[in-house]
Design a protein around this ligand. Structure first.
Ligand code: THG
Length: 368
């Protein structure tokens, strides 16, 4: 891939942590929700090993929030997702497939319920603010839809809980996965959730405004010194091992939640208010689905276009959308969309990479 330089402008929004990320030695960025997101600090491999043994602080401000606030907030959100929100608690987060009226994926955000009439939708990489505004207006709903000034900061890694309890007290250890509560930092209340885009454990703090970004960052680094805390970012190797899907890469508007392997988040019997429920009833047995794939041979470089998958007879059976060399597993781990005839565990396929043809084996489950 060529190296490009970025021309700064107001459109390329800063975050409350931009200066700290830059001083921490970020080496490459990707673009996410029209913002910069660090993609590695030392190397993807070094960041990976560190993430799996210590604790990292991630500026994930690009996980933009859409706030839905008002009597029809829950109704509006339910229009967009086949996951039943009826029994969601006010301290709960849900990973939700978000779909259009035909059941095609528009986003796969984390929804945070703050009150019975108030949600944040913590977006993956697509512009859902306008979609929500359109639906709210079209349906004449009584709800405010806007982008609040919230910048998530993730604390991820096996030592994340130790670090967070050192700063905010031992009680935080009782916070359950995908639950949130309020913490106090200086004179400010902040929402903290046990969540994050890794399988190493950790938290996300939803930082409001820009005034507390650097003090909070500095406080976490001071407290984490003895745990070898480092600046980090979502790690492509770790997230493929964990099977965390990336919207825009592994899932697009061409896919249904069932094809994306997110059928467990579809409650078609109860989420009847979702615009796509009827359409999805017809799409429950897809002809292709996301699969973990091991690619044989030496480390492959990152993919810059889809890698076609074929069976032994030369028939096209799908494509690989993400791939990385796993230093721990010593294999190339990958995510692909695979046709029904070829998707069973152990299925031997051929993948066409930039570095030639390789043998690829469909796995039963992701690696963590
Ligand atoms: N945190 C927050 N916002 C986000 C992300 C996040 N927005 C963008 C992106 N990540 C959205 N995508 C995902 C994908 C997977 C998960 C979270 C967000 C995730 N999945 C759990 C898993 O697969 O193990 C399961 C969650 C569940 O079952 O409820 O965590 O990371 N704020």
């Amino acid at each position: 891939m060529s190296i490009y330089h970025l021309t700064p402008s107001i459109r390329l929004r800063r975050t409350p942590f931009t200066r700290r990320v830059s001083n921490a030695g970020v080496q490459a960025y990707t673009v996410y929700n029209h913002m910069l997101l660090a993609s590695y600090f030392r190397s993807v491999e070094e960041d990976y090993s560190h993430l799996k043994r210590a604790v990292q602080i991630w500026d994930v401000s690009c996980e933009r929030q859409v706030e839905l606030y008002g009597p029809d907030a829950a109704k509006l959100l339910q229009l967009t997702t086949p996951r039943n929100l009826e029994f969601m608690h006010n301290d709960q987060c849900y990973y939700i497939p978000m779909v259009d009226e035909s059941g095609y994926m528009l986003n796969d955000p984390v929804a945070i319920r703050l009150a019975s009439d108030r949600f944040w939708v913590s977006l993956a990489d697509s512009d859902m603010l306008y979609y929500f505004k359109g639906l709210a207006n079209g349906f004449g709903l009584n709800v405010h839809v806007f982008e609040p000034d919230i910048s998530p900061l993730a604390i991820q890694g096996p030592l994340a809980e130790t670090l967070i309890s050192n700063v905010f007290g031992d009680k935080i250890r009782t916070l359950k996965f995908f639950r949130h509560r309020l913490i106090h930092f200086q004179d400010k209340e902040m929402v903290i959730a046990r969540s994050g885009w890794s399988h190493q454990g950790g938290f996300e703090i939803y930082v409001e405004g820009s005034g507390y970004g650097e003090p909070l960052w500095d406080c976490l680094f001071e407290a984490g010194q003895s745990f070898d805390v480092r600046a980090g970012c979502p790690n492509n190797i770790e997230r493929i091992e964990a099977g965390l899907l990336s919207y825009g890469s592994d899932i697009t508007t061409a896919d249904t939640p069932f094809e994306a392997g997110l059928g467990r988040y579809c409650d078609l019997g109860s989420a009847t208010e979702c615009l796509a429920t009827k359409a999805l009833l017809e799409k429950q047995s897809p002809n292709r689905q996301i699969r973990p794939i091991e690619i044989h041979g030496p480390p492959l470089s990152s993919l810059t276009r889809h890698w076609p998958l074929s069976d032994g007879l030369g028939n096209s059976v799908g494509q690989v959308s993400s791939s990385a060399w796993s230093p721990d597993l010593k294999i190339n781990v990958a995510i692909g969309m695979v046709g029904r005839k070829s998707w069973k565990e152990g299925s031997q396929l051929l993948v066409e990479t930039e570095e030639g043809s390789r043998e690829a084996i469909v796995q039963n489950s992701f690696w963590t």
